[in-house]
Structure formats: structure tokens, C-alpha cells
Ligand binder design. Sequence first.
Ligand SMILES: [Cu+2]
Length: 266
Amino acid sequence: MAIALLLAILLVILACVYLFIAHPVWFPAGVSAHAAGVDHQFAVAFWLLGALFVAGHIALGISLMRARRRGKVTYTQGDWRLEALWTVLIAVLFFGFNVAGVRLWSQMKFQQPESDAVQVEVTGTQFEWYFRYAGADGKLGDTDAQRFAHPEEGNPLGIDPDDPAGKDDMVSTSLVLPVGRDVDLTLRSNDVIHSLFIPAMRFKQDAVPGMSIHAHFRPMQTGEYEISCAELCGTGHYRMRASVKVVSEAEFKQWVKSKELPSTAK
Ligand SMILES: [Cu+2]
């Protein structure tokens, strides 16, 4: 029995080490300005915890072998000093990760984006993402989802029809961004908690009903990348996908113009 258990432990270690090193399933390449920092933080945690995982399993295997050699197992009450030691070590590790990550986190969350940042309001709703751009006046119109939200009439967010600032707002179901410029997102939700996850940008932020949450990042490479909802938000959660298209500044301007025309004609 002990041999079978030992083999099982060995197999678990080998399988996990293979997944660690070969990366058969992994993140897409990071294409935002802070992606390298996030990847570094992730790799440190990954290797440190991976080494602890392997060491823990080897210790388990050795104690199994020892018990088998002795032929009997004894019951002990444990050792409070050892327990205190590893509790403190784990606490140091945990808070160490927090301290190491706080700079990156505050860069995205609390520091102001560049003044030329593209402002986009992101609204999560069961089960669609909507991206709103302010239009020529640079101002977003007021919304009241309960009174005015009519997706079938082209007003899914409930932009107040009487607010002049909302007349030229552009609402899109895909996020289009210029490359190399900060994007300042304001996240909102019309129903339950959603989470905007853009793996290639190493960006993830919850959208919470009743709150406007700011976070920013800077895409550094043109291309089309996946957006998904990372919060189980209902039966249609699996299809709450969208894409972010990162284009050149000129293409972005052109896209804005093409979206603006019909709404200013209204
Ligand atoms: Cu969702």
C-alpha cells in the first residue's frame, strides 16, 4: 500500500512539474506596458510555490518510506514550535507577495493615467459588454438604465435622450483602442458583478453594480485580443465575450469618425 501511495505521489509531482515547465496551456503573449511586470510577479510566485509544493511532497514520500521501514506508526501530539515556524513563514510569504505587487497594482489603479488617455466607459450586463466613447464633446451623457435601457432600440445602456451630452456618445460591443496610448476605463455594471478580463493585457477588474471603478493600461502592440467575463454572472456567463482591437492612431481616428457620423446626423 505504501509503495502504491509513494508511486502516486511521484506521479503527481512529475505531472505537475511537467505542466510547470512545458506550459502546454499558458497565457497569450503580454502586449500591455505593465505585462512584463505582472509576468515577473507571477513567475516568482509560481516558482517559489512550485518548489515548496515539490519539497512538501518529497517530505511526505520520505516519511512514508521511514514509517514502512520501522514497521509501525506512532501517534504524536505535534510540535507547537514547528507549527508556529511554518505559520510565520507562510505569513511572511503571503505578505511579501502583497508588498511586492503593490507598486504594479497602484500604477494601474491609483496613479493617474497620462492626460491624453482615451476615456472608455465599460458596462457589463447579462450577458454583454458595452463600450461607450464620449464623442466630439468629450462628455458622456447621463444614463438611467431602468428608465431608458432599450437594447432593441439601440440604447442598451439607457442614455438619457434629454441630455445633450449623450447625443454624440458612441456605444460599441467591441473595444477599439489606439496603440501606445493610455486607456482609462471606467467600469460599471447594470445588474450583477462582472469582471473584465483581457488576458493579453494582463488586465482584470471587477465591474460592480452601483460603482464606477477606474483602472488604466497601455496597449503596446496592434492586433485583436480576447475579452471575457471572469466572474460567474449567470447562465449566459460563458458567452460573455468580446474583443479588443488595437489599431494605429490614424485607424483609431478613422474608426471614431465612422462611428460619429450617424449619431451627429440625428
Ligand atoms: Cu459577466
